[in-house]
Design a protein around this ligand. Structure first.
Ligand SMILES: [Zn+2]
Length: 151
């Protein structure tokens, strides 16, 4: 199972989020064995919860399944660059590798803005791979926001 196949799990969660009327971002957590142990899409509207980003929901589910607040050796795949909140949660969970798709100059907190993992306060920085499945992730977002702007 390569980067692309795990990103497909995240992308399918992003598509499902769009179908629910949520901003199409999806995430998947992969165990050291290579198994996808949690996957989630944005549910901020459905749950009336500004913290219900795909990454947070996937981390919560993976931690609950592992019975631990930390996920050493795990990878998190997400279709969009995580925001500062999610990046902080990824660091707290001790995720070993973060793989994301589209970069997000507006709200991202990894390559942009707070740059959480290179901040002096970062206790843990995962290996970061970006641009995996970026075109498809970007297309989903573009289509979603174009449809919302239409009369
Ligand atoms: Zn976030």
């Amino acid at each position: 199972m390569g980067f692309t196949s795990h990103m497909q799990a995240a992308l399918s969660e992003a598509r499902a989020a769009a179908a629910r009327g949520e901003v199409p971002v999806g995430a998947a957590v992969v165990a050291p064995s290579g198994r996808v142990v949690a996957r989630a899409g944005n549910r901020t509207r459905e749950l009336c919860d500004p913290t219900a980003h795909a990454e947070i929901l996937a981390l919560r589910a993976a931690c609950a399944a592992a019975g631990s607040e930390r996920l050493p050796g795990h990878a998190l795949y997400v279709t969009l660059e995580p925001c500062a909140m999610c990046a902080a949660a990824i660091a707290a969970a001790r995720i070993e590798r973060l793989v994301f798709g589209a970069s997000d100059p507006k709200s991202g907190g990894v390559l942009h803005g707070a740059r959480v993992f290179t901040h002096p306060q970062a206790h843990h920085a995962p290996e970061v791979l970006d641009g995996i499945g970026a075109d498809e992730a970007q297309q989903l977002l573009r289509a979603f926001f174009a449809a919302r702007r239409a009369p």
